[in-house]
Design a protein around this ligand. Structure first.
Ligand code: MN
Length: 432
């Protein structure tokens, strides 16, 4: 990967790679990132746990194929014990002849592990609670019971010829001595990777650095992996801190899908590594926008308007100053070229429009215009945009809010209709 830009633009005489005084590169900070980072993709597992998302097995296969084609090296594709349809999807992907390592997730419960083995996956992401909060309030177990089940199921999976990544949930709110002991016990039982989870997204980059330094010093040798959530918008920053700290396998979801506010976004992490650190992830970044749109469509979760890189506004310009700059040289107001991830920049005409964007649009369509005509048109566009009612846009927001609420999972009415089928009484206040 050649950095942010390639070659010269419009004979500017400036090598674009030299344009960005990227301190990560200049100060040698990028060199901290170890070779051999491999993305662990979670779009089909944690991504499907986004409230309101359910893929069909065929949809899962479609997404898995594109992930494989862009060279994602490993993906967790579901939890087979959830349902027979879920197991069917996992098995279809495992037998689709993909290059990627196909994983499925299991609690440290025998039927979960057996369901994964029955799906022909290469590897099991075997997870249990790390923190006492989860051990006590979720599992109602003791630390000793947690460890015993983890070791038992690791041994069972390995004995059946399946690799094990051992995952502790809520690792950063756990007792460090306990999780070190738990990881070591599972490593000894045959697990080849330790997955550390910021399950509720409460870490910060310096905290990540500190934690992994502790862990590396204390754990028996094993490959480290990080699963970050985005509750405070820090998932990608935390994942970058993790890889800088020597974590080889960061988790991602396309479009940042996942529980609550989601996981570290695939496109943000991959393109940060590629464009900001000059790191070659091995991912074909030219299809990232296509992948984002496929997942947006099949998940039914719209990408945010100004979501980084894949959002509608990520490469859109309206203001005259910005549009002028970008027309003269795209690097003035774009951090990277949209074509690199397979999309195009757009110019929006409105209140902030300037004459150059208008002149370019007119000329681009083969229409002659004098400077006076362009100036007149700019004024007409500004006046028009300022005078236009915002009713449409506001109605869109209101309808979106309403539909977003209604389309998640079953509706309240559907819930009580199903409850009645199960023999329950519909409460008087429930929607009909
Ligand atoms: Mn998660």
């Amino acid at each position: 990967m050649a950095g942010l830009y390639t070659g010269e633009q419009r004979g500017s005489g400036i090598s674009e790679e030299r344009l960005v005084h990227n301190y990560l590169v200049e100060a040698g900070l990028a060199a901290r990132i170890p070779k051999g980072i491999r993305i662990w993709e979670e779009t089909l597992r944690d991504g499907e746990q986004t409230p309101g998302v359910a893929y069909t097995p065929e949809e899962k296969v479609r997404i898995a194929r594109v992930l494989d084609e862009v060279h994602v090296p490993m993906m967790d594709v579901g939890i087979p014990v959830v349902s027979s349809e879920e197991a069917r999807g996992v098995r279809m992907i495992a037998n689709a002849g993909l290059d990627a390592t196909i994983m499925a997730a299991a609690r440290t419960v025998r039927k979960d592990v057996e369901a994964c083995i029955a799906c022909d996956v290469d590897e099991i992401a075997l997870f249990t609670a790390g923190s006492d909060l989860h051990i006590k309030h979720k599992l109602a177990m003791t630390r000793e019971q947690v460890k015993e089940a983890a070791v038992r199921e690791t041994e069972y999976a390995v004995a059946h010829g399946v690799d094990v990544s051992f995952v502790t949930e809520d690792t950063f709110r756990a007792d460090l001595d306990f999780v070190v002991d738990l990881y070591d016990a599972c490593t000894a039982a045959g697990a080849h990777r330790a997955v550390v989870c910021d399950t509720v997204g409460v870490m910060t980059p310096p905290g990540i650095t500190w934690f992994f330094e502790q862990l590396k010093r204390r754990l028996k040798p094993t490959e480290l992996s990080f699963h970050g959530h985005n509750d405070f918008g820090l998932a990608v920053a935390n994942s970058l801190a993790a890889v800088e700290a020597g974590v080889a396998v960061p988790h991602t979801c396309v479009n940042g899908l996942g529980e609550r506010s989601g996981n570290a976004s695939f496109e943000e992490l991959v393109l940060s590594l590629e464009a900001l650190y000059g790191y070659d992830t091995g991912i074909d970044i030219s299809r990232i926008y296509e992948l984002s749109q496929l997942v947006e469509t099949l998940s039914g979760i719209p990408v945010g308007m100004h979501q980084p890189l894949v959002g509608h506004n990520a490469f859109a310009h309206e203001s005259g100053i910005h549009a002028h700059g970008v027309i003269k040289h795209t690097a003035t107001y774009e951090p990277m070229q949209p074509e690199k991830l397979g999309r195009q920049r757009t110019f929006v005409f409105g209140k902030h429009t300037g004459s150059l964007a208008v002149a370019e649009k007119v000329r681009g369509r083969g229409v002659e215009a004098t400077p006076e005509q362009v100036a007149a048109l700019v004024k007409l566009i500004k006046d028009f945009a300022e005078a236009r009612s915002k009713g449409d846009q506001q109605a869109f927001v209101v309808s979106f809010r309403d539909r977003a609420e209604r389309r998640r999972g079953v509706t309240d009415d559907e819930f009580w209709t199903l409850a009645e089928k199960a023999g329950l009484r519909r409460p008087k206040t429930a929607a009909k």
